[in-house]
Design a protein around this ligand. Sequence first.
Ligand SMILES: Cc1cc2nc3c(=O)[nH]c(=O)nc-3n(C[C@H](O)[C@H](O)[C@H](O)COP(=O)(O)OP(=O)(O)OC[C@H]3O[C@@H](n4cnc5c(N)ncnc54)[C@H](O)[C@@H]3O)c2cc1C
Length: 329
Amino acid sequence: MKDYAGVMVFAEQREGRIHPVTYELLGKGREIADKLGRPLSSVLLGDQLEAEARELVYHGADRVFWYDHPVLKDPDLVNYKHNIVRLVREVNPEIFLLGATRWGRSLGARIAAALGTGLTADCTGLEVDEDGSLIQIRPAFSGNVLAQIKTSTKPQMATVRYKVMSSLPRDTHRNGEIIRKQAELIPSPLTITGKERAAEADIAEAEVIVSGGAGLKRAGDFSLLAELAELLGGTVGSSRLPVDSGWIGREHQVGFSGHTVKPKVYIACGISGSPQHLAGMRESGCIIAINSDPSAPIFKIADYGIVGDLYEVVPKLIKNIKRLKRCNS
Ligand SMILES: Cc1cc2nc3c(=O)[nH]c(=O)nc-3n(C[C@H](O)[C@H](O)[C@H](O)COP(=O)(O)OP(=O)(O)OC[C@H]3O[C@@H](n4cnc5c(N)ncnc54)[C@H](O)[C@@H]3O)c2cc1C
């Protein structure tokens, strides 16, 4: 039997900042590695990110494989994949985890294909069975069942949704090794632009999301929701239907096949509350639903429900928030 070297987590960075899903994966990875009695490692690629490499140790990693080169500053699928595949072959982890961000999904699929191993996408839970195999849990059949998947090839690879796992408290007394690796670089056209990254970061990290659904009459009406979102310091989300109609970019989609979000406040405007939509936002702190149909399922999970026409309710909210802001200034 091969001598496997524990759990490895891909440390996703954006403009030099570690994406918080990485810390969540390290939290879960620590739990799994301890159960298996093996080390937890992380791989970080970027430009001058030594302090960030140390952060990975503070959040649970025993070892950080650190690639430092200006070419790796921006996520670059070709070079990231090439170097991670080399590292996995050298270190031989039995489990390899990435965040199910747009970037993590693209990279994970390429790494798995190159290694000839399986990959379970979009997991919402991870467990280890009595044989030490990873059980990868994810919604299936439009979110109606939770599938438990066990891959027979190694490393067992999974992408995991943001905001479903918990990170460990940052502990600066935690010891770990930072191992500097030499990157092997090849010409690559596949980098992710700053604009693409910003849009994704926006929705996943927003504290307030104002989402629109098929209750909107036309694409331009998202500007009404954007005005409300801006007043509340938030961003705009969407159900799948406006995205499919090309009214708003896919990076705004919340739900089963979009983003999982956990803002402090989620305002659903003209969204019925399908199981697929709820799968992406039900963990929000406070859910406010605006819908003209009093029997819409969204009201079952809403903390506050407003039965009414969003074209009347949203402008009133905007007007009142502006008035309150004026009074407070
Ligand atoms: C495999 C799969 C994956 C999917 N993934 C996703 C996903 O990630 N995210 C997602 O959202 N969906 C997803 N869906 C689609 C999902 O099943 C629903 O079709 C979708 O969520 C419905 O969107 P909606 O609520 O905007 O539209 P509808 O269900 O049509 O609801 C529109 C609502 O607007 C209300 N309304 C109409 N006019 C007004 C008005 N003037 N003012 C106030 N309210 C009004 C109506 O009463 C209604 O409740 C997926 C489906 C499948 C099969």
